[in-house]
Design a binder for this molecule. Structure first.
Ligand code: FE2
Length: 287
């Protein structure tokens, strides 16, 4: 059966029906999903109560999978599953002031996943298992559109600039201690251009506030000011699609030209459990 698509926002996102992610999927269906993913940036599949193993199998159709650098956030049974949650391994809500509780709120900052890698991820698949009653929405913004619409003056100011992305920096944002040295050694800071040339020739603003420590060649103050200005431009309301989660929604997004954020929720009282697989990129970020 062919898949059906329904646009979710003028600039980004489509809902896909006619696919059972529990699989197996034939080659034509995989191809259709791949095409829709590259065209719309974000795909929504509703009512998909998949297991972790099924999520891994579905995600592998689109590339090899990353393993998250911090063991504390990985599923012990299925290491390709990154647990995006405020619930600990003991199945209780993490105290908000504990390291795990503080770490879980980093998703409230706009980013593209794994921009701290030399070859950042191509995309991600996120399965909602437990959702909250208020807040906890995921917002997405189209960075090709953000760059295309950017005032010429700002485009000229960022031409040729590069930013440093760092996993350690994301931990500093939440006053967390330095990570385990062996884990840190696997994710040293990397530099990426602010304007990314995609394989199809389109240009995209490549920004990720969670990991973007500074812009190279600028003073600390200028760097912070420019990062704030770019994030404000990139995430203006008109560019943003909002997804309100229901259990067993699955969202799949392109990390090369889409950024996302989660709206705050009462993480001291409500459980939010999502499982993510992360599809590894195949090329460095080119300017
Ligand atoms: Fe993310």
């Amino acid at each position: 059966m062919p898949i059906r698509l329904r646009k979710l926002h003028p600039l980004i996102g489509a809902e896909v029906t006619g696919v059972d992610l529990a699989g197996p999927l034939d080659q034509a269906t995989v191809e259709a999903v791949r095409n829709a993913w590259s065209r719309y940036g974000v795909l929504l599949f509703r009512r998909q109560p998949i297991t972790d193993e099924q999520q891994v199998a579905f995600s592998r159709h689109f590339g090899s999978l990353e393993i998250f650098p911090q063991a504390a956030n990985r599923s012990q049974a299925v290491p390709e599953i990154f647990r995006v949650t405020n619930v600990g391994d003991d199945n209780r809500i993490r105290p908000v002031d504990s390291p795990g509780g503080r770490y879980s709120t980093l998703i409230w900052v706009w980013h593209t996943d794994s921009s701290y890698r030399r070859v950042p991820s191509k995309g991600a698949v996120l399965h909602a298992i437990e959702v909250v009653s208020k807040g906890g929405d995921t917002l997405f913004a189209n960075m090709c559109h953000a760059y295309r619409q950017m005032p010429a003056e700002l485009k000229a100011r960022i031409a040729g600039l590069r930013a440093r992305h760092s996993f350690q920096y994301s931990r500093q944002l939440r006053q967390l201690p330095p990570m385990d040295p062996a884990e840190a050694a696997r994710v040293p800071p990397v530099d990426h251009p602010l304007v990314r040339r995609l394989r199809d020739g389109r240009l995209s603003l490549y920004v990720s506030a969670t990991y973007m420590e500074r812009i190279l060649g600028l003073s600390e103050g200028e760097s912070r000011k420019l990062i704030d200005e770019l994030m404000a431009w990139a995430t203006q309301d008109a560019f943003v699609f909002r997804h309100r989660w229901h259990p067993h929604d699955v969202l799949m997004w392109d990390n090369r030209w889409c950024i996302h954020v989660v709206t705050p929720f009462d993480h001291s009282a409500e459980r939010r459990v999502m499982h993510r697989t992360t599809i590894a990129g195949i090329e460095p970020v080119e300017g």
